[in-house]
Design a protein around this ligand. Structure first.
Ligand code: AHR
Length: 646
């Protein structure tokens, strides 16, 4: 394949082409990026009829008896349940320290670093202190312990304790627990009540109530430009009353009731609206805020007479995030929560996949009154915000200008590759976000009637690369794109295909084959395309795009799919020709990065084998006359050629 890349005449690309999407699925929030180590820290269920309140995660220490209590004086109205810890009655045991332990999100990573904890206690206690400790669940070996002095308070008050704990020894594995014990004899009424028991390791950028360092670093390395949150299905709730109520995810943790979620487990709301915005701040990401559109996953929807309730909630959310301190919600943010500086919100998506959950009737209602109600309100109050409808033109929605749409291709690799051209015919008037995308099912299978693949696999990842090259060609019609879902806890998950796998043990953090592909393309995002003319050969089985990067370098990006033999590629950057004196004293140079995979296209990065089937090679190439670079790409490879000269 012999190609010339012209220096002018391309189209501009979206400045936020590659991004992230997050919702709490797969314990990717609680038990994932949200760094809290204590599972079921405040006995939240969200919706008790779906998830009964439990003592999951907790076990007694030294014969204490643990029970759930709904006290007449709870810690807060948001957290009505607490854990009663009764001391054993026998005299012998009364002389001891008793308490409880938590086994974390299926283990805890214990290192010689500062852990920050807190808990609330109610009851008459005359002991000197509480003991907080980290130990092996297997052998009981203690790695760190601290005494938290008891405060003298009326026994009917809830008292908050804060502490730091720095282990003197790192644990060999993550099979560890966190325990709080106290003098059994000091509990005058024979028991104490505990709630909101929390323990954090150091967090990304040391944020209190912050995010897990290794996962944030892995996400940062993707060089993302936007963050779409909080869903996904999570936004919608299973039933009408259980949508992601943003105003119940802000403020002190004791005022967050938690949510029932939609992925089979309740969530704490510790990763709330403000934490999402801080995540965006810390990685310098453009927030794409999804607001509830009045539809639940069971198809329940607000009738036309009540849609204003959802619209008002979205406007309040906008005011909370962007209003100054003189506004009602901006004032709550600035004066009560201490976030003086308003955030900027430039993108708002209305609902999630409204073409799907509500069936034909729900979709018609979205088009007829739900989306129009938001559209009108935002045009009046926030006309500069880029509104995004949750369906796209590809879902047969005529989207009123200047709103955009959202398209979610979860496809087989063959269909991903077929979609390379999909956006060529898109009109610039139909700006589209690809807010979720992944190769999910194998070719030739039964598609959605079958299971998702177990992990992103090399053949699927190369197909995603080709889809992405197609998007980059059309970066003037596309807001951006993101793999979804991003994260998966290996101990409890609902959706196997995720970019990164994780568990309590950071050694299990696994960057999938797709991670490597999206990273290579994301870190060489282009600001404009450069037109390509083919002197010989054309698209398929080599797929490609060329462009200029933020730093001014020229890039040629390509991927090979379904080729019976390696492809010899010659790329002439015509713009470089004038810059190279011929005969070349100092020829232009470029770096060729090639990702290749295993011989078996179904090969994947296995968290338990700690393997990486993706091989990256970097080669310095010198240009021949006229700025031409030559190289060969094998079947199932992804490559970026980046010039050193600008
Ligand atoms: O990414 C997993 C789910 O797939 C999302 O919650 C939903 O938007 C899509 O159907």
């Amino acid at each position: 394949v012999d190609l010339i890349v012209r220096p002018n005449g391309g189209n501009v690309s979206s400045p936020i082409m590659y991004g992230l999407m997050h919702e709490d699925i797969n314990n990717s929030g609680d038990g994932g990026i949200y760094a809290e180590l204590i599972r079921n820290r405040a006995f939240q269920s969200g919706d008790e009829s779906r998830y009964p309140v439990t003592l999951d995660g907790w076990s007694p220490v030294e014969g204490a008896k643990l029970s759930l209590k709904k006290l007449s004086k709870p810690l807060s109205s948001a957290l009505p349940y607490s854990m009663n810890v009764a001391v054993p009655s026998s005299k012998d045991k009364k002389a001891r320290k008793v308490g409880f332990a938590n086994d974390g999100y299926w283990g805890m990573d214990v290192r010689k670093q500062k852990y920050t904890g807190s808990f609330y206690v109610k009851g008459a206690y005359q002991g000197k202190s509480f003991t907080a400790s980290l130990q092996s669940a297997l052998t009981g070996e203690v790695f760190g312990t601290t005494e938290v002095p008891a405060k003298k308070k009326a026994s009917n008050d809830w008292v908050k304790y804060d502490f730091n704990l720095t282990p003197f020894k790192a644990a060999r594995n993550s099979n560890n627990t966190f325990a709080i014990t106290f003098d059994a004899a000091g509990a005058k009424d024979g028991s104490l009540d505990f709630n909101l028991i929390s323990l954090f390791p150091p967090t990304y950028k040391n944020r209190p109530n912050g995010l897990r360092v290794d996962l944030m670093e892995a996400l940062a390395a993707l060089k993302p430009k936007f963050l779409r949150f909080p869903g996904g299905n999570m936004l919608e709730g299973n039933t009408l009353p259980t949508w992601w109520k943003w105003n119940e995810t802000i403020g002190d943790l004791k005022d967050r009731p938690g949510q029932s979620g939609v992925w089979g487990y309740p969530t704490t709301s510790g990763l709330g609206l403000v934490e999402y915005m801080q995540w965006a701040d810390d990685l310098n990401l453009e927030p794409i805020l999804a607001v509830w559109g009045g539809l639940a996953l069971d198809g329940g929807e607000l009738p036309e007479s009540r849609i204003d309730e959802a619209v008002q909630s979205a406007l309040d959310e906008m005011e909370f995030l962007t209003g100054d301190a003189s506004t009602h919600w901006g004032g709550i943010r600035a004066k009560i929560l201490g976030h003086k500086r308003p955030w900027k919100i430039r993108y708002v998506e209305i609902g999630n996949e409204d073409w799907l959950a509500g069936g034909a009737v729900g979709y018609e209602n979205y088009k007829r009154y739900r989306f129009p109600a938001f559209f009108k309100a935002f045009q009046e109050k926030y006309p500069k915000v880029q509104l995004i409808a949750s369906p796209s033109v590809f879902d047969n929605m005529t989207i009123p200008k200047p709103a955009a749409g959202d398209y979610h291709p979860y496809l087989t690799p063959d269909n991903m590759v077929k979609a390379f051209n999909k956006f060529d015919a898109l009109s610039r008037d139909n700006l589209t976000l690809i807010g979720e995308a992944a190769s999910t099912h194998p070719n030739g299978g039964i598609g959605w009637d079958g299971n998702l693949m177990p992990f992103p696999w090399w053949g699927g990842s190369v197909a995603e690369a080709i889809f992405l090259l197609g998007l980059e060609r059309n970066g003037d019609k596309v807001i951006g794109t993101t793999y979804a879902p991003g994260l998966r806890n290996l101990n409890r998950w609902q959706w196997s295909m995720t970019q990164i796998q994780h568990a309590a043990d950071p050694a299990l953090t696994t960057l999938s084959t797709s991670y490597h592909v999206w990273k290579l393309l994301g870190e060489t995002a282009i600001t404009k395309t450069l037109p390509i003319t083919a002197k010989a050969g054309g698209i398929d089985p080599l797929f490609y795009v060329a462009g200029e990067t933020e730093s001014g370098s020229n890039v040629f990006k390509a991927a090979v799919y379904n080729s019976t033999e390696p492809i010899a590629v010659s790329v002439q950057f015509a713009g470089l020709a004038g810059k190279v004196k011929q005969p070349a004293k100092k020829p232009a140079t470029a770096t060729l990065t090639v990702l290749t995979g295993p011989a078996n296209p179904y090969g994947y990065n296995d968290p338990w084998k700690h393997n990486n089937v993706v091989k990256e090679t970097k080669t310095k190439l010198k240009a021949k006359e006229g700025g031409t670079f030559s190289f060969t790409l094998p079947q199932l490879s992804v490559a970026v050629l980046e010039t050193d000269s600008k």
